[in-house]
Design a protein around this ligand. Structure first.
Ligand SMILES: [Zn+2]
Length: 387
């Protein structure tokens, strides 16, 4: 299988460097480091803790709700929510604290996990109107297989729907406000241009969410345009005519994933996994899909950044753990290969384990990986720092 040029594809620096404050490296696409070696997410976190006036932001949120609130029973805000801790927190707050009438929407997981489904059911039972968007499973499966082979990420069809389905519902129901939870670009490091704004530019959509490959791309690989309809964004003119605005709750509220977990445990019947999620140490982050472990694992292969890196970096910034603890967690869990759903995943993708390994290896870049005694090793893992 052809080796990929990751440096070119994702515009990565050739030399791996780690942030001085957290565990993330400069290989995360779009992250930037300042001259002191501090990543953009840590810089933002300092601003968040020290320089943002959260009382003013609270007033801004009340004004936003005031502007969009409809008191006639119609929906006034869309909250994309899988039943996980973040979307559930947003929906619950908007409804019960700010008197909004949300329509919550879920884009179906590729392969729903039991705990994910249970959490979604409990969330709906805590008092929400809800729409589930389920695309044709045959097309979804085809797209998953193609994305794994061509993008090194089986999760891409889910990402299309997750980004575009709320827009489709917004336009079709005439709801102008969409409220997301966190702005991942800002909270985890990425494009900081919207860091101090509550909204997301709709025109940035394809660029950030689809690695420059919108759903239409797959017509080159034998998928019909008609089959792609549920994965696509509504026409740009329709989004504009609907006066659609996409906001992030993390702009208005101090965003703390762990606090969201406690909130949802209390208010929406959210349960954590009895066992930790593969590839990290946490028990409550993205539990909905049996396939997403492979999404994170391939992220680790491509960038040397796995789920434990992202989780620990956020928790270091939130002052829940120290950097040293974070490094130990990364060392222990980051590269863990998902095995729990491996058989199901191989069957779903119609490939053998050795074919999967071949695909995985084609995404290992020489500037991140080397072979030592026949085993793949990170050239520069964070725990080798200063050695
Ligand atoms: Zn950092």
């Amino acid at each position: 299988m052809k080796k990929r040029n990751l440096i070119e594809m994702y515009n990565l620096p050739r030399e791996v460097k780690f942030c001085k404050l957290c565990t993330v490296s400069n290989q995360r696409p779009r992250i930037t480091f300042d001259s002191n070696g501090i990543c953009s997410a840590c810089t933002f976190s300092e601003i968040k803790k020290n320089r943002i006036n959260w009382q003013t932001r609270e007033i801004e949120l009340e004004q936003l709700c005031e502007k969009f609130r409809k008191d006639n029973g119609e929906y006034d805000v869309i909250v994309p929510c899988s039943g996980g801790k973040d979307g559930s927190y947003v929906a619950h707050q908007l409804k019960y604290r700010y008197g909004m009438n949300p329509l919550t929407v879920t884009w179906a997981p590729l392969k729903a996990s039991e705990i994910g489904r249970r959490n979604l059911d409990s969330f709906i039972k805590s008092g929400f109107n809800h729409i589930l968007g389920t695309p044709d499973p045959i097309v979804t499966r085809k797209l998953t297989q193609l994305s794994l082979k061509h993008l090194g990420d089986p999760f891409q069809p889910f990402i299309y729907g997750q980004a575009n389905f709320p827009l489709q519902v917004a336009v079709n129901f005439g709801i102008s406000l969409i409220m997301y939870g966190e702005n991942g670009e800002v909270e985890y490091g990425g494009d900081m241009k919207n860091a101090m704004k509550p909204t997301r530019d709709i025109s940035d959509h394809d660029l950030h969410y689809f690695s420059g490959l919108p759903p239409e791309f797959w017509t080159n690989h034998g998928v019909e345009m008609n089959e792609l309809f549920p994965f696509r964004s509504p026409a740009f003119e329709r989004i504009v005519r609907n006066n659609t605005e996409i906001h992030f709750m993390s702009y208005y509220k101090f965003w703390d994933p762990q606090e969201n977990y406690y909130y949802c445990h209390e208010n929406t019947g959210f349960s954590a996994n009895p066992e930790r999620t593969e590839g990290t140490y946490s028990k409550y982050a993205s539990l909905d899909d049996e396939i997403d472990g492979f999404h994170y694992y391939l992220g680790f292969i491509k960038f040397g950044i796995g789920r434990a890196t992202s989780d620990s970096a956020h928790e270091i910034r939130d002052m829940k753990i120290t950097r040293e603890e974070g490094i130990a967690l990364v060392k222990k869990f980051d590269g863990e290969k998902p095995v729990k759903y491996l058989a199901e995943f191989l069957e779903y993708c119609e490939i053998s384990e050795s074919e999967l390994e071949e695909i995985v290896d084609s995404w290992r870049s020489d500037h991140i990986w080397e072979k030592s005694d026949g085993e793949w090793c990170l050239r520069k893992p964070i725990w080798h720092e200063n050695v």
